[in-house]
Design a protein around this ligand. Sequence first.
Ligand code: NAP
Length: 267
Amino acid sequence: MNSTPETNRETPLAGRHAVVTGAGSGIGEAIALELAALGATLTLVGRRAEPLSATCERLAGQGHGIAVADITDHAAVAAAFADAAAARGPIAILVNNAGAAKSAPAGKTTPALWNEMLAVNLTGTFNCTHAVLAGMQGARWGRIVNIASTAGLSGYAYVSAYCAAKHGVIGYTRALALEVAKQGITVNAVCPGYTDTPLLGGAVDNIVAKTGRSDEEAKQTLAASNPQGRLVQPADVARAVGWLCLPGSEAIHGQAIPVAGGEVMAG
Ligand code: NAP
């Protein structure tokens, strides 16, 4: 695969190998569909093969594959990404999407919960980035998009570990962006607000348990924090990621872009 493929207006990412973590559900699945529609060849990463294979079957184009790996395991990520590059070419695009959000009051946040949130959301982003960086630097082209959260830009009660991890993701994004600014690589974070995915189930369950509301009413409560009065849809996030990956988006670099209907307004 060439590191500088000719740009086609229909499939501007043709010839680019893109890795999306957490691609078996929710936002990651939508991102994989979007990048494949833009012409990229995908490797889908997650811990369970079945949902990855299901997403893989829905992708436009051919030559896509899956890699089963836990992103918190540095060595496993390095091996899986090396195999993916051997199978589908140098990795030109990395979307660090895999994540998890567990809630607890700060005083009841155990070391285990704290470590788990940092491991998957922050260290996982580091592990995957570390596995692609030298290749992108050698090719002098790359796109790294980190799916952070509005919880990386603002505080939210009862998710202090998640908030700390996502703030860390944005700090890592900004620092790395400065290091690679002259190397043809862009690094950005996308920060969704409440998005209608399986991950939202935990927040919905909490509201149902505490208030006795129905699932639908609980979702409406979360949607009410969005000035547009709706939950963000996975495809909303995916389109922002696709745009950041396009040739011609080079000048957008080191940013943390909310996709949240106006809930958070970055200065
Ligand atoms: P989701 O549907 O639960 O998807 C998370 C994905 O990450 C799953 O496919 C899961 O697959 C994978 N994953 C989790 N831990 C992993 C690990 N250790 N190694 C490899 N893969 C792992 O959640 P989502 O809502 O789409 O979330 C995607 C991203 O968006 C997350 O970073 C989340 O923090 C962020 N986000 C979500 C919202 C929201 O409201 N939904 C808002 C802001 C930001 P396996 O279980 O098979 O590994």
